[in-house]
Design a protein around this ligand. Sequence first.
Ligand code: ADP
Ligand code: ZN
Length: 765
Amino acid sequence: MPSTRPKDTTGHLWIEQGEDVVGPVASVALIGPVERLYSYAVPPEFASSLSPGQRVNVPVGKRARLAPGFCVAIDRQPWTATLKPIESLIDDHAFLTDELLVLGRWMAGYYACPLGRTLKSLVPEAVRKRSGFTTVVRASVNPSGLALGDPAARVGHKQRAVLDRLLRADAPVALPILLADSGASRATVRTMEKRGWVRLDRHRQAAPAPDFDHPGVEPDFDLNPDQRAAVDRIAEVTASGVFRVMLLFGVAGSGKTEVYVRAMRRVLSAGRQVIMLVPEIALTTQLVDRLAARFTNVAVIHSGLTGVHRSLTWSAIRAGEKQVIIGTRSAVFAPCPDLGLIVVDEEQESSYKNLQAPRFHVRDVAVKRAQMRSIPVVLGSATPSLESWCNCDRFDHFERIELSNRVRDLPMPAVTVVDLNDEFQSKTGIPLVSRILVQRLRAVLERNEQAVLLLNRRGYANWLFCPHCKQRILCPRCNVNMVYHAPRRELLCHYCHRRTPATETCPDPSCGGRLIRSGGGTQRVEELLNRFFPDANIERVDSDTMRHPRAYARIIADFESRKIDCLIGTQMIAKGLDFPYVSFVGVLGAETPASLPDFRAAERLFQLVTQVAGRAGRADIPGQVVVQTESADAPALLCAVRHDFRAFVTQEIDIRRRTRMPPFTRLTRIVIADPTEPTAQRIATELADLARGVTQELALDDADLLGPMPCVLARLRNRYRYEFLLRCQSAESMGRWLDHLRATGTLNPRGGATVQVDVDPLSLT
Ligand code: ADP
Ligand code: ZN
């Protein structure tokens, strides 16, 4: 079906130029798994209101099915018979600023994700839906005058009903009320708007999210020399208007937060905005509250916000009404009109990685955004990622700023390692809490101090075993252990969330042996501790008890007011907590690199132990830490015990260099999942062969390919999973490799099989 040429009654958009008719043509990125951009003619009625970054509906395919997409560019081109016009505008203005469009294009390229899908991920859904805004309609004409003055404009009866309703009201009428009262459709009102008969305006329904416009108490201390030097250096770079990445490296309690605050203020006083990214708001409410209270015009973006608040906050940011934006992943896309600085706290955190396509890392997107704007970005950490650490040695635009001591020269806590293997060889196997830990905890509780215990396994028992038929209870869809949850007496798969009632005996009816529950989780620890310390108030913090952000806020408040003596939790409690009376921290099962199939396992172990240890002894009471482990001689652990980041980095860098792993190489992980195993394997093998072929075709001599092999999680939600890794020395090679694979459609889904692309993967499970 050839499309018709746009009829241009304005007479100056689509004009004849020699043989051709030339006019505005929009490049549209469809929202969906489509790689290429499509061109559409811009009809005259949209010409003045369409700009790049706006969403449009366009006809797609032979049957001209309507599909949404982002207009990403408009330029003048000749009209051809295949060029169809844009059908309608979805948004009345562009949500994406030019800056975000450019950032989105970079992300789509770097993370190998279709552009439309990438752009969609930059704007929160509530913003796209314009939650929190009402559209009001007013009449611009009188229907009687209309019919006389313009015989071409015949007023239909629905349209007349709309006008009658509007003229009856003194004030503008909200669109939903107007539609209900007049029986007209939205399209009717839009047509009337186009003809100039009615005017549509948007109004804010409410104020943006509750603000922290009550500046908190200013601390009464002076910065120490390290802090002052750090603030001055950041301010100097900020003032000079250049892009730079500054890694603020300082142990927990070295006063990084105070450095952020002062550095941010200097930017604000120049009238510019600051984005501060935190790993997870629910876990850092304390930090965020304290921080937010130090500024005015703060927007806090977190998952607990309602759609209305999210949308209103976004538009307030865009209007320049918010100066400080604090938030998790999505805050990196805050549409600040004049961004002056980005701070990424705990830059090594894995929650900065997006788990869906585009699988971006917020820290890296922040660095890119800063580069595009020629502003500095501050990455803060007590345990920087190896990537950031090594970048400081490699690139001129990276630098390290160090805070070498805890403020007020507080000592680091003493760490004791308990080897579970040789301390407790009992019939019941590895115990959950060692004697030493119980002794120390008792002393702490008797002194009325507080304790934090960490175990990275939730549930009651993480494996159930039938001693009779020697079977473990596995999730039939994922092939991983089902976990016993005591409160509801059920078995839960932590991967697909399948739940079944728990039984005492082996589910195989021909066996019926009595199940053994082992691999204790947080619920079991809670039970044990309640038995040991009946008078203590012990609370558990894991994703089972913390379903709602408010639950966490309550626990934090109770812990702060010392109603709670001991918190036991998963890694949720490892970060961000700052309580003066915590003098004891226990790590119940430090998983060791040897037990994890991931080249970053040592790094994670070091980070975890260092982080939780940092929770102890933050004020005047000296802290102590007990780490229970099954391999006490893991080098990463020994470094963490000595609080020796440099020693850890030195040995780890050496390993990464020898094994050719990041940060010395770049990885991209490709995962193929299919309902049948042979298909998954066959496709993985085919794709890997094709990808290998490309390295020769493009002469990528720094590239190789690892695999294919079954994933560690070889089955997930009834799909079999195979993976292979692309590895290159440089990001440039990786980019060329991926571009080629995308352009040839190699990474498109095939039949029922999905193909996931994860550039710079953090997890290899
Ligand atoms: P970090 O972010 O590095 O873990 P914080 O910035 O949270 O450290 O500082 C730890 C504690 O020390 C906070 O309670 C903070 O108010 C306090 N503090 C920060 N700087 C100083 C200083 N120069 N003198 C005294 N106390 C300070
Ligand atoms: Zn499962």
